[in-house]
Design a protein around this ligand. Structure first.
Ligand code: NDP
Length: 322
């Protein structure tokens, strides 16, 4: 089978198309013939070496397809099931072996491509809006990179809950997408100072929550915008990692809360994985959550997909089709 492998970490060019044997289903694993694989910023972190994996590794954390083999102890799936998953390396390939208890069934009304586009970014938006900070009607949230993969989904969920959403974006096209998703106000944070602009829109330090996936270029200023006891949810570093931080700053800025969550801890049990994926699939089926699959690349175009993602040229979801 064809797969995209990294033998040494680095830029997009380190991702090579290689021929590997189709994996065997051992023990509790199932083998999935992949119909679509999701491209996510976390793939960049692994490829660069910011997140560590044993070399060589096949890139990718998200996929959907059909089960072609199940190990003797894989109880929860059968050959022929349509399934999706996230959180296991190896989805930039034609097949992957995945622990069966990490696979969720794809509802009939959801296509394989929609499922691949939902698992990582959809469940992330869901836990951020519902669990990390439980948004309520009337809350004010600042969502950075509001037209990104997670961004567009999080804006829709926050809007559906009834929160006031301020979104940051870099281009007019992205602004329109974020507005269509439900953002009440847009700030062009590459052209204007988002701290000044947010204060103007909100009348001072009054945000209930900031969802910050941009990190290095946005984190520090965000702390000046939260109301006392507001929450900074730092969930990524698309612009780079946030430098070391003194917790006393949280006291000085108003007894703030800071968390650096990751999806793994919000789908740790099978029950939570099933419930969260179902909640997101149900929103899509009911027309309450719209997926934007912006671009489908063939598997061998993985380098281009990463260049586009890192180059801020993308909106919504990117898929690789084997
Ligand atoms: P996006 O589609 O959001 O792409 C990243 C976006 O970040 C860009 O389009 C760009 O939007 C913005 N950005 C700001 N500064 C930069 C920069 N210097 N370089 C590149 N992009 C920049 O990606 P994803 O939806 O896949 O992921 C979004 C973030 O969420 C990532 O940081 C990722 O790591 C994180 N994440 C965290 C999870 C968790 O559980 N903790 C789970 C999933 C994702 P613009 O041009 O509008 O500024």
């Amino acid at each position: 089978m064809r797969a995209i492998q990294v033998k040494q970490v680095g830029g997009p060019e380190v991702m090579e198309t290689v021929e590997l044997p189709i994996p065997q289903a051992k023990g509790t694993e199932a083998v999935v013939k992949i119909a679509a694989s999701g491209v996510n910023f976390i793939d960049v972190y692994y490829r660069e070496g910011r997140y560590k994996a044993q070399l060589p590794f096949v890139v990718g954390q998200e996929g959907a397809g059909v089960v072609t083999a199940a190990g003797p102890e894989a109880k929860s799936v059968r050959v022929g099931d349509r399934v999706a998953w996230t959180g296991q390396l190896g989805s930039y390939a034609e097949y992957a072996a995945v622990p069966a208890d990490r696979l969720v069934p794809i509802p009939e009304s959801i296509t394989d491509e929609q499922a691949a586009a939902t698992m990582l970014q959809g469940m992330t938006a869901h836990y951020l809006a519902h669990d990390t900070f439980t948004l309520k009607r009337g809350d004010t949230a600042l969502i950075h990179a509001a037209a990104g993969g997670v961004g567009l989904l999080l804006v829709q969920m926050a809007h559906n809950i009834g929160a006031r959403v301020i979104g940051t974006v870099s281009t007019e096209e992205k602004a329109q997408l974020a507005r269509d998703a439900g953002a009440d106000e847009i700030i062009f944070y590459t052209k204007t100072d988002f701290e000044t602009e947010t204060k103007r829109l909100t009348g001072g330090k009054s945000l209930d929550v900031i969802y910050d996936s941009v990190g290095k270029t946005t984190f520090e200023k965000g702390l000046n915008l939260l109301r006392p006891r507001g929450m900074m949810v730092l969930f990524g570093g698309s612009s780079g990692a946030v430098p070391p931080f003194d917790p006393i700053t949280l006291t000085q800025k108003g007894s703030l809360f800071l968390t650096r969550p990751t999806l793994v801890n919000y789908i740790a049990t099978r029950e939570e994985l099933m419930a969260r994926s179902k909640a997101v699939f149900d929103m899509i089926a009911a027309g309450k959550l719209k997926l934007r699959i912006e671009h489908k690349y063939s598997l061998v175009e993985a380098q281009r997909a990463h260049r586009d993602l890192e180059g801020r040229r993308t909106t919504g979801k990117l898929l690789l089709i084997p």
